[in-house]
Design a protein around this ligand. Structure first.
Ligand SMILES: Nc1ncnc2c1ncn2[C@@H]1O[C@H](COP(=O)(O)OP(=O)(O)OP(=O)(O)O)[C@@H](O)[C@H]1O
Ligand SMILES: [Mg+2]
Length: 145
């Protein structure tokens, strides 16, 4: 698949940067022929992934590390990859279950939103190494006359 455009951001692990990633994700998605409702879904999915890196990956410690967010536009697909080098996930299948959270104060819905709002969701993680979340949204290319 030919890459049409690509953007990589390196964010400090700060909750303020979740909103910046969210806006950047939407701005990048505007290149695709998508309805606003699907751009809104991308905003939610990307901000859930970045906030997981801030909260869980780096334990809310702003000096803990860097989050890399790469956005790629293909002919018929947008791909968002969010990487942290934090604590990692021990049991990915369990973490992805609806209502599962390692924090009793949280809803445990982040992965559920990512899964239901995007067409593909891939989670890779190693304890002590970090986590990579890859999400894709497909669309029909603009018709040219
Ligand atoms: N980047 C990450 N690094 C380490 N652990 C993670 C990461 N992302 C998710 N997890 C683990 O997976 C669990 C489920 O994540 P999910 O986003 O679905 O729910 P949550 O973050 O706990 O709650 P919510 O997203 O509803 O606030 C988390 O509680 C956490 O234990
Ligand atoms: Mg979450």
């Amino acid at each position: 698949m030919e890459i049409k455009n690509q953007l990589t951001m390196k964010l400090q692990s700060l909750s303020e940067n979740v909103g910046i990633a969210r806006i950047a994700a939407a701005a990048f998605a505007a290149q695709a022929d998508l309805p606003i409702s699907e751009i809104d879904e991308i905003k939610v999915a990307v901000s859930e992934a970045v906030s997981n890196s801030v909260i869980h990956g780096y334990g809310n410690d702003p000096k803990a590390g860097i989050i890399e967010c790469t956005m790629t536009l293909y002919e018929e697909m947008l791909e968002y990859i969010v990487i942290d080098y934090g604590k990692g996930i021990e049991d990915i299948a369990l973490a992805r279950q609806a209502s599962y959270s390692s924090d009793p104060e949280r809803m445990g819905l982040g992965f559920v939103f990512m899964e239901s709002f995007m067409d593909e969701l891939e989670v890779r993680s190693e304890v002590g190494q970090g986590t990579t979340v890859r999400m894709c949204k497909k669309f029909s290319p603009r018709k040219t006359h």
